[in-house]
Design a protein around this ligand. Structure first.
Ligand code: SF4
Ligand code: SF4
Length: 114
């Protein structure tokens, strides 16, 4: 589920708003997207994958992740745009069309990156 938008990184390009299949975002008055219909998120990662400045973080869980901290801790831990980086989208990255990325399937599993 989409967890947050880093407003200080956002360049108000509207790409996340355009690609979201369930219309989760509204455009804020300053152009920064607002999570207006958070509960409609389908965890498809398209918004994060398409954000050109890595301003979004989508958790692999289908509900809000209580373990995700505030914007400072998410930025510090490198989670912003981390899915986009794994699939190789963005300048200077290695395209990863053959890389599977998915959540851990149980408490003793690790995230799928194959
Ligand atoms: S993960 Fe998909 S459904 Fe959820 S906000 Fe992003 S684009 Fe919309
Ligand atoms: S795609 Fe990224 S930069 Fe563009 S509006 Fe959305 S959060 Fe802002």
């Amino acid at each position: 589920m989409i967890e947050l938008v880093a407003a200080e990184r956002c360049i108000a390009c509207d790409k996340c708003i355009d690609v979201c299949p369930t219309d989760v975002f509204d455009r804020g008055v300053d152009g920064v997207p607002v999570l207006a219909r958070h509960q409609d998120c389908q965890t498809c990662f398209q918004c994060e994958a398409n954000c050109p400045v890595d301003a979004l973080f989508v958790s692999p869980l289908t509900t809000r992740d209580p373990g995700v901290g505030d914007i400072e801790s998410v930025t510090r831990s490198g989670l912003l745009g981390s899915y986009r980086a794994r699939i190789g989208w963005g300048a200077g990255r290695t395209p990863g069309a053959r890389v599977g990325v998915g959540p851990a399937l149980g408490p003793d599993s690790v995230a799928i990156i194959s």
